[in-house]
Ligand binder design. Structure first.
Ligand SMILES: Cc1ncc(C[n+]2csc(CCOP(=O)(O)OP(=O)(O)O)c2C)c(N)n1
Ligand code: SF4
Ligand SMILES: [Mg+2]
Length: 279
């Protein structure tokens, strides 16, 4: 199989934020004036797609909201590598929830802001696929059906990485995890299991549902920007590579995420008011 050459970000340039490209082709990271939601000093593995995805997503949200943003973050790698007590890599008001209740905490923050009449401050909830698709799913569904004004972002690395690469409801068929070994007749994660959180989110008839990958950071930024222009419950599901969990080289993070989209393993689309407008 012929692989594409390694590319940083999505343009083929080797410059952070594509600073050598035309203005309209650059990402927010090219700007020295960027808001920088998560900064250096965190402890993510080299090549961690979750760190990259979260930085781009929240920087885009910070830009749209003029920095008036609060994030509620589920337990998981993103929380663990960014906030080893007493340090924090976050540059915005950020609250650590339990593993399973980030959507509920985000809803609570939104309710408190509403009660205080602070419509200028927006709320993001975020977590990994385990925290979102599995243990936090009830509180996510509640957030959707109540119509709470929160953008929830799931960073899907297809497993419970923080606790040693166990299977989640977002782990794809045949994937090897610590709990779905490839052994004898076992192909890894069984076929016919798992669920599509984006499709279930659409069934809640919320205003905005989209998927993205860390291989297309412009697309990720654009989707965050569109989501932040809307109100009510919104859902963004981002495929983020995990070199440690996937047994891949750190330098292959972007390439593998791109292959996941191009092969159809991870469908990328955007739906506004349940109509698929792109994908
Ligand atoms: C109720 C509860 N059960 C289990 C845990 C242990 N735990 C912490 S993070 C985690 C896995 C996180 O997986 P995911 O949400 O996919 O995030 P990732 O680390 O993969 O980014 C688990 C099982 C916990 N903190 N609380
Ligand atoms: S284990 Fe995976 S998700 Fe966690 S910090 Fe490392 S690369 Fe990122
Ligand atoms: Mg995960």
């Amino acid at each position: 199989m012929a692989f594409q050459p390694v590319k940083y970000y999505q343009s083929g340039s080797f410059v952070v934020g594509n600073r050598l490209l035309d203005d309209e082709q650059r990402t927010v990271q090219a700007s020295h004036e960027r808001s920088n939601a998560i900064t250096s000093g965190h402890r993510a593995c080299q090549g961690c797609g979750e760190a990259l995805g979260a930085r781009y997503a929240l920087d885009a949200a910070m830009r749209v909201t003029g920095g008036r943003l609060v994030a509620a973050n589920a337990t998981g790698c993103l929380e663990v590598f960014s906030t080893p007590y007493p340090e924090s890599a976050w540059q915005l008001p950020w609250i650590h929830s339990l593993f399973g209740n980030a959507p509920a905490v985000a809803s609570g923050v939104a309710a408190a802001l509403r009660a205080k009449g602070r419509s200028d401050i927006r709320v993001i909830g975020q977590g990994g696929d385990g925290g979102t698709v599995d243990i936090g799913f009830a509180s996510l569904s509640g957030m959707f059906e109540r119509g709470d004004d929160v953008l929830y972002i799931c960073y899907d690395n297809e497993g419970y990485m923080n606790t040693g690469v166990q299977r989640s409801g977002a782990t794809p068929p045949a994937a090897r995890t610590a709990t779905t070994q490839v052994a004898g007749a076992q192909p890894g994660n069984p076929f016919g299991q798992g669920k599509s959180a984006p499709l279930i989110a659409m069934a809640h008839e919320i205003p905005y549902v989209a998927t993205a990958t860390v291989a297309e950071l412009h697309d990720l930024e654009a989707k965050v920007e569109r989501a932040m222009e809307l109100h009510g419950p919104r859902y963004l599901h981002v495929l983020v590579s995990c070199p440690l969990g996937w047994g891949a080289a750190s330098a292959d993070s972007i390439r593998i995420a791109r292959l996941a989209k191009e092969s159809g393993l991870f469908p990328v689309f955007e739906a506004v008011d349940r109509d698929v407008v792109a994908g």
